[in-house]
Design a protein around this ligand. Structure first.
Ligand code: NAG
Length: 232
C-alpha cells in the first residue's frame, strides 16, 4: 500500500516537472522570435560570500561578461537541446578562443574549465538558434558581437555610473541603459558579503536577427532601491 502511494506520488511529481518544462521543439520549423542576452558584472560575483575563482592567464576582461545567449518565443516558451547529437567541437571555435576566455569565462569556484560552459551553452541553446545562427562558429561569434555592441560599461560610465563601489538608484541604471540605445533591461541583483544589494546581471534582448537590440516581453524587472556597482 505504502509502495503504491509512493509510486503514485513520484508519477505525479514527474508529471509536474514535465508540465513546467518547455517541450523540445524542432528549431528548423520554428526560428526564434527573439534572443535573451545575459551580461554579468564579474566584480559582483567576486564580492559575494561564495566569491569567485578566476583563471590567472588569460584573465577575464574588466567588463561585463556573457553568461547566456538564449533563443525564445513570444508565447513565453523556449526551445532547448534541439540536437542531442551535436557536441561542441572546440577546434571549430579556436579562432574565437581568446575572446571567449576574456568575455565568456568561468567565475565560480572551484575554478572550472570554460569549455564546459561553452559546450553546455551550445547543447542547450546554440543548437536551437538555427536557422538564425547556422552553426557553432556563428553562435559564439554572434554572442561575442552582441556583447561588444551593447557597450554596457561605456554607456553606464558616460553617465557617471562606474564600478567604483558606489551605489546608484536602480531606475537610473535602467534609464541610462535605455538612453544608450539598448532595450529596456531586466536587472538582477545579488548580495555582497556585507549584505548590500549589488548589480549582478543585465538582461537585454535582440530581435529575431540575434543582432538588433529590441524590447522584449516581460523585461523591466529586478533589483530595488540603490544598487552597488563593485570594483573588479
Ligand atoms: C510557442 O511558439 C513556438 C514557435 O512558434 C511553437 O512551436 C510552440 O508550440 C508554442 N508553444 C505554446 C505552448 O504555444
Amino acid at each position: 500500500m505504502e509502495k503504491t502511494v509512493k509510486i503514485m506520488l513520484s508519477a505525479f511529481i514527474m508529471l509536474l516537472v514535465h508540465a513546467s518544462l518547455p517541450s523540445t521543439i524542432s528549431s528548423a520549423d520554428n526560428p526564434p522570435d527573439f534572443f535573451y542576452v545575459y551580461l554579468k558584472w564579474p566584480g559582483s560575483q567576486c564580492a559575494t560570500k561564495e566569491g569567485c575563482c578566476l583563471k590567472k592567464t588569460p584573465k577575464p576582461a574588466r567588463d561585463f561578461i556573457i553568461t547566456g545567449f538564449q533563443p525564445y518565443y513570444f508565447n513565453g516558451t523556449w526551445p532547448e537541446n534541439c540536437d542531442p547529437a551535436s557536441h561542441l567541437d572546440v577546434s571549430k571555435i579556436s579562432h574565437l578562443r581568446t575572446r571567449l576566455e576574456a568575455h565568456w569565462p568561468s567565475l565560480t569556484c572551484p575554478g572550472s574549465n570554460p569549455e564546459k560552459l561553452w559546450s553546455d551553452a551550445w547543447k542547450k541553446y546554440g543548437t536551437c538558434s538555427k536557422p538564425t545562427l547556422k552553426n557553432q562558429q556563428e553562435y559564439f561569434r554572434q554572442a561575442l558581437a552582441v556583447r561588444k555592441s551593447a557597450n554596457l560599461l561605456k554607456i553606464l560610465g558616460d553617465a557617471g555610473i562606474r564600478p567604483d563601489g558606489s551605489s546608484y538608484p536602480r531606475d537610473t541604471i535602467s534609464d541610462t541603459i535605455i538612453g544608450g540605445g539598448l532595450s529596456l533591461p531586466g536587472l538582477s541583483c545579488s548580495t555582497d558579503k556585507d549584505g548590500n544589494m549589488q548589480l549582478d546581471q543585465v538582461i537585454l534582448c535582440t530581435g529575431s536577427d540575434a543582432k538588433t537590440f529590441t524590447e522584449c516581453p516581460g523585461n523591466g524587472f529586478g533589483c530595488l532601491g540603490d544598487v552597488k556597482f563593485p570594483h573588479f
